[in-house]
Design a protein around this ligand. Structure first.
Ligand code: IPE
Ligand code: IPE
Ligand code: MG
Length: 239
């Protein structure tokens, strides 16, 4: 007896323009293998490249990844140091993907915390990719509350006293792109951990127990199919 394989969405359309990932679970992935947490971050960075390529091939126009939060500095120094050492490779990997995958890079967060050399690398990565199409936002030293506080400073400095929602959105690190349609969190926790609080107002959420280094194409297809089964009403009624 043959069962017909369920069709999966082959290519996304304008309903799924922007997908954001909370790339969680690297540490546990390493622990399961009796390896240091750093090993999880190395493999997480590898999977980041695979996921970006796959989503790009599917037609997603904007991808945002949460790589390091303003709260992650609380971790033990050896882990933070290991992540910071990987950061340079992360940026190089992203730059290497620019031409092949037509990627326009943006870094979300306060970059002033990083050493001048790293800041230079980040600026250069954004500059060399500015004419590309697929927007890839990498949230680094990013926290949504810090982002909103920063936006308040920007708005206050404009001298105006009345602001629209568009004004606020325009002062956020994501001013160059539309809000996420779908936010995916790996690693089993069901929370936002200070990610895109403003931008997530009408996002769809998908939480999976899969640890970030294990998120594969099959599961991404499943997540996309699930997204297309949702009814987004934005406070209105079904059409
Ligand atoms: C996410 O994985 C990566 C960062 C936060 C830098 P974790 O390092 O949080 O991994 P778990 O959640 O401890 O498994
Ligand atoms: C969220 O993961 C941040 C990133 C994936 C970069 P965390 O591991 O920091 O989140 P919490 O601490 O479990 O909320
Ligand atoms: Mg975590």
């Amino acid at each position: 007896m043959f069962f017909k394989k369920k069709e999966t969405v082959k290519a996304v359309d304008e309903r799924l323009k922007h997908v954001a990932f909370i790339m969680d679970g690297n540490g546990r992935w390493a622990k399961k293998r009796s390896m240091p947490r750093e090993f999880g971050h190395i493999n997480g960075a590898k999977n980041f490249k695979k996921v970006i390529r796959y989503c790009g091939d599917k037609g997603v126009k904007i991808i945002t990844v949460y790589a390091f939060s303003t709260e992650n500095w609380k971790r033990p120094k050896n882990e933070v140091d290991a992540i910071m050492n990987l950061l340079s490779d992360y940026i190089d990997d992203a730059v290497a993907m620019v031409d092949e995958n037509n990627i326009q890079l943006h870094f979300l967060g306060d970059m002033s915390i990083f050493p001048p050399k790293t800041q230079e690398k980040i600026k250069n990565a954004e500059a060399v990719s500015a004419d590309k199409e697929l927007v890839l936002n990498i949230a680094l030293n990013y926290g949504s509350r810090a982002e909103i506080a920063h936006a308040c400073e920007v708005l206050a400095a404009s001298g105006k006293t009345k602001f629209t929602e568009e004004d606020v959105a325009g002062a956020l690190y994501t001013s160059h792109c539309d809000d996420p349609d779908l936010i995916v969190r790996t690693g089993g926790d069901i929370r936002l951990s200070n990610f895109l609080l403003w931008q997530a107002a009408y996002a769809e959420f998908y939480f999976t127990d899969t640890l970030w280094p294990d998120l594969d194409e099959r599961e991404i297809d499943k997540i996309i199919d699930d997204f297309y089964s949702r009814k987004r009403r934005y406070g209105g009624l079904d059409k």
